[in-house]
Structures are given as structure tokens and as C-alpha cells.
Write a protein that binds this ligand. Structure first.
Ligand SMILES: [Zn+2]
Length: 386
């Protein structure tokens, strides 16, 4: 009798332990997962890869099914009109987020024009501050009196290679937008089931010494984003370099698998490694580049790697603005999760790369602004046939 009572007690204890453990696991892991899981997709999500050519630049607009809008980069100086016109065309009256992937002129050169032209809720960048230090005047020099002559009146403002960041910082301050430094892992709920996640940059930031194999440190510290909407997924690589890709590949908890990829760094040879393509396993690749760029974007080697991986390709230099539309789910057969449309058809071969006149890595010193001479004659607009 005694033995059977003891056995019964043990069974109850085990049962209670299991029940307790189960409840604990549910509260600790199950409940947060249940609460954080995105709602089922409802409605259409659009991604517009804008044509901010013909020199070079990135500007991508996301409009969520709930009507929330994100602008990733704003193109080079003077391209604000193109971006603002697109916002108007797609009935975006207010940008919820403006994300500056990295401080290079072809990405934030027109950020001030955009911020001056439309209300922006929040601005997110990678925190790299390239503001020009205030010139040392007798008044702000330590130990000097304030009797010195006033500084000369400011000269007429002209955008240069060095002050594009000042223009961006001033416009950000003036816009009243909330500022956030990008944090890897942070998710932005765009409504309707669409979630934008920051994947990079992570600290410590890359420096010039780490770029000896090629690439540029400012590019390598680009904000990389992932968009999830139901079964649709897209990566936005900014101007990430191979070093960025390697770091992302090393993070086993980061999901890189995506249906569509906005190819890193305008198709530069310093990014989009075979290993990275293999892990992302994209079906479609979009290259945002300019027909008059001198850096050999897109590089033939990158195009060959994408082609070798059976990826379909679209290019803004040849096809203009590229629009991706998705309902986050396929048709009754589970196919056609997304659709890609172009502004213009091209007779040129999208798989033909461009030849570089200049290297764009840290090895030779990055020159991006005012580096372009007069545009080439129309006949050289087309990619060179080899
Ligand atoms: Zn760029």
C-alpha cells in the first residue's frame, strides 16, 4: 500500500513539474512570439526603385498596405525633384521614415531637398557624422577675447564634396523629424503585416584598414534592411561591401533568405559574393545604377554570379523605375507572390556589365562628388559590347 501511495505522489509531482515547466515556457517564449508575430498579409505592398540616374544614386520608396511610407536614400544633389515627384505620383503626403543608408552624396545628396519638400516622421541613419567642424574664429578660440573682428559674411552656399552632409544635417534639424541611429535587430511595423528589420551595420564599424582587399569603409557601414510581408521578402543592401556580407553571413540568427534583393553598391565588384548569393538565394535582383557612372557598375563579374545562380535581373540604368508589387501571398496555386514592372523596355542586354574608368574602393581614395566630367555622347550610354 505504502509503495503505491508513494508512486502516486511521484507521478503527481512529475505532472505538476511538467505543467509548471510548460506554463513557464509558454509565458517566457510562447507568449512573446504570439504577440510579436505579424498579422496575416492584407492588401498590396509596393516597392519603387526610383530612377535617380543618369549619373548614380539610390532612392527606394516602400508603401505598405496600411499606407505607411519609407524612403531609403534620396539620390544625389539635384534629384530631390525626381523623388518628390514620385512621392506625389504615389500619393505619399508624409514620409513615415527616411532612412539614409550611409553618408555618401549619391545616397543623401538630395536628402535636404526631400526633407524640405515633404513632412518626415523619423530619420534613421548609421550615426556616422561627417559634419564640417566649425571654423576656428578668434571668438571661439580658447583664451582669446571677444573683441576680435566679426567673422566674414558667409559666401553663397554651393554644394561640394564636403558639405553635402552639412546640408543633410541642417535639413534634418529643421524638419523637426525624430532622429534614430539604426540598431541591428530593430523592427519597424509598417502596418498590414509588413515589417522592416535593420540587419546592419553592427559595431565595431569597419575602418579603412579592413578594406585593403577592396571596397570602401563608409559603404561597408551601410544600413542593410530586410522587408517581410507574408511570404514576400526583400533585402536592401545599401552600398554594403563583401566585408559587410561576411559579417552578416557569420550571424547565424540573421535570416538572409529573400525573394528579391536590391543588389549592394550599384552592382560593384566589391560586393555580392557567391557565398552571399547562395545564402540569400534570391529569385530576383534589382540593380540601381546610372548609365553614366564611371565605376564599372554593374560589374560583369557580379552579373555573371547572379546569372550563375539563376537569378532574374532588373536594372534602373536600362529600364528606368522598377516597381515591385506584392500581396504577401501567391495565387491559388501558391505562385506569383510578387510582380515586377519596369518603366521602359530595353533592347540592351541586362547581363552586360559596364567597364570602369575609376576604382571606387578605399585603396584609391573614394571620390564621388564633382568627379564627373561632362556626360558622354549618347552613343556611349549603352553598355559596351565586348
Ligand atoms: Zn552609392
Amino acid at each position: 500500500m505504502k509503495r503505491s501511495t508513494r508512486g502516486c505522489g511521484c507521478a503527481i509531482a512529475v505532472l505538476l513539474l511538467l505543467l509548471g515547466g510548460g506554463t513557464f515556457a509558454f509565458v517566457k517564449w510562447g507568449l512573446p512570439w504570439w504577440r510579436s508575430r505579424p498579422p496575416k498579409p492584407s492588401g498590396e505592398l509596393k516597392v519603387y526603385v526610383l530612377d535617380v540616374g543618369p549619373i548614380e544614386g539610390d532612392s527606394i520608396l516602400i508603401v505598405s498596405p496600411a499606407g505607411k511610407s519609407v524612403l531609403i536614400d534620396a539620390g544625389d544633389a539635384g534629384k530631390g525633384r525626381v523623388v518628390l515627384d514620385a512621392l506625389k505620383r504615389y500619393k505619399v503626403e508624409r514620409l513615415d521614415y527616411f532612412i539614409a543608408t550611409h553618408p555618401h552624396p549619391d545616397h543623401i545628396g538630395a536628402a535636404d531637398e526631400v526633407m524640405n519638400g515633404i513632412k518626415v516622421g523619423a530619420v534613421i541613419d548609421n550615426g556616422v557624422d561627417l559634419s564640417t567642424p566649425a571654423p576656428e574664429t578668434p571668438a571661439n578660440k580658447k583664451g582669446k577675447g571677444s573683441k576680435a573682428a566679426p567673422p566674414p559674411p558667409p559666401k553663397k552656399k554651393v554644394k561640394t564634396a564636403t558639405n553635402f552632409f552639412d546640408e543633410y544635417a541642417a535639413a534634418l534639424k529643421q524638419s523637426g523629424a525624430q532622429y534614430e541611429k539604426a540598431q541591428p535587430g530593430k523592427k519597424y511595423d509598417l502596418g498590414g503585416g509588413a515589417i522592416l528589420t535593420v540587419l546592419a551595420p553592427s559595431e565595431p564599424f569597419f575602418n579603412k584598414d579592413q578594406m585593403k582587399a577592396g571596397g570602401n569603409d563608409t559603404n561597408a557601414n551601410s544600413i542593410v534592411l530586410r522587408l517581410d510581408y507574408g511570404e514576400f521578402t526583400m533585402l536592401f543592401m545599401g552600398d554594403a561591401e563583401t566585408q559587410t556580407e561576411q559579417r552578416l553571413l557569420g550571424k547565424k540568427d540573421v535570416d538572409l533568405n529573400a525573394k528579391v534583393i536590391k543588389v549592394a553598391h550599384h552592382g560593384s565588384k566589391y560586393a555580392t559574393s557567391e557565398e552571399f548569393i547562395k545564402r540569400v538565394h534570391p529569385e530576383a535582383a534589382i540593380i540601381s545604377d546610372g548609365a553614366w557612372n564611371r565605376y564599372g557598375h554593374p560589374a560583369q563579374a557580379v552579373l555573371d554570379r547572379l546569372k550563375g545562380a539563376n537569378v532574374k535581373l532588373w536594372r534602373t540604368d536600362l529600364q528606368g523605375e522598377i516597381t515591385i508589387t506584392t500581396k504577401g501571398k501567391g495565387d491559388s496555386n501558391g505562385a506569383h507572390i510578387y510582380e515586377i514592372k519596369v518603366a521602359k523596355e530595353t533592347k540592351d542586354d541586362v547581363w552586360m556589365g559596364r567597364e570602369a574608368q575609376k576604382d571606387d574602393s578605399s585603396r584609391s581614395g573614394f571620390i564621388a562628388y564633382g568627379d564627373f566630367g561632362p556626360p558622354p555622347k549618347p552613343k556611349t550610354e549603352k553598355p559596351k559590347k565586348k
